[in-house]
Design a protein around this ligand. Sequence first.
Ligand code: IMP
Ligand code: MG
Length: 467
Amino acid sequence: MWIDSRQSIHRQFILPEATVPASVVLGAQWGDEGKGKAIDQLANHSTWTVRFQGGNNAGHTIVHGDTTLKLHQIPSGISYEHCNLVLGDGMVIDPWVLEEELDKWHDLTGERPEGKRLFISERASIILPFHRLYDSADRVVGTTGRGIGPTYRDRIERVGIRFADLANLVANEEAIQTQAERMSKQLETVGVSDDIEVDALQSDLKWILERYSDAIRPTGLMIDMALRNEERVLLEGAQGAMLDIDQGTYPFVTSSVTSRANATHGAGIHPGHVDQCFGITKAYTTRVGNGPFPSELSLEEGPGMHMAQVGNEYGTTTGRPRRTGWLDMVALRESNRINGYTGLVVTKLDVLGGLDELRICIGYEMDDRTLHVMPTTSEDLARCTPIYETHPGFPAISMDEWIAMADASRSEDTGFDTFPEVIRKYIARIEYLAGVPIVSVGVGPDRRASVASKGGPFDFPADEATF
Ligand code: IMP
Ligand code: MG
């Protein structure tokens, strides 16, 4: 066969197309759905877990036995030694908080993963004391105060500092001075009296560069290469669909695109790599911070108080009490419109045990109109009242019993049939209303306390943790 010599030379530089795809895990509500646990379960089957947006506003909790791990920036795949961890391009990263997280991990396991299996994208933005101070002036959104919005703001204004910029910047006193002046001026505009000193900024930047120089990498290239080598990649969302800057309940949202569309982009790979996208939803709803929440209940009494107390609904990052309410299918359908879930994971079903009846919000009333989609403005959403359907409740079940139920489902291969009929029907109803298959139901914080749909993507043994 005749071969064009130019073509054969060219071919040496063409790597094979990736054949093993990536999966995405996203919050389907207002965050805190229990993504950490789902990612932890899936990570055993991946060699890379990647955070692609947000920063330490996130709080992902992983529980195994007596050990509870709270992560803010480190991807939840950390508990598997074979898993590489990426803090991706789309993130904003607080280097001091990262250091605390890494120290805690070291205390627990003796491992120092940075530069060995934990990598920070060169393109990620750095959260500095300035950003935290600026965020502390927020009185509207009820942010986590971690400097997330101001860091993204600097990125969009194209004045922000990325990890890739550090080496040049620390050698350029003039540029640092310009940055410090800009920061001090901006703080003044929001009534914060602190000044950013040039020396302090310079020594901060030097410290960050020295501390993380082993770990700062072109992570998009690394993930792309991993996919070409047929490794499996897990893209880990933070916050939730309703907190998305473009699609959420603006302005009561976070400052990044939390959705599937940004999962690959914020990781530095293309969307064609993704085959599965899991939406994580509680069996009810919670929200921290301000903003409309149509199915909200009182925290002082009744089912809202029950959810808060039994579900221990306090923010992982700020410790603020979370607002609670019934499951909102209008919000969940919107979230599916944006993200196209291939499976839903319903979490914290156990929390509903002991309630006489369970409600599901299936629409809103607004000014005598019935809505099945969310209005665009938060003002309109705040005027919506929920339309509920009511289902029978089920009694409180002890954690040992739930775990026994989940173990039985695995060993007998019975999927959701392990559940009492009332629960089966409630799950089937959510699945029907969402139009997305439910692939796993969480019945407790422990890794074993999950029941997977038979033959579904979560139908595998409950592995032992490696920490
Ligand atoms: P920011 O992300 O700190 O700017 O906060 C903006 C809004 O998003 C506030 O209502 C926060 O409470 C909320 N938020 C940010 N991160 C999370 C999260 O991980 N879980 C739940 N809510 C969050
Ligand atoms: Mg959280």
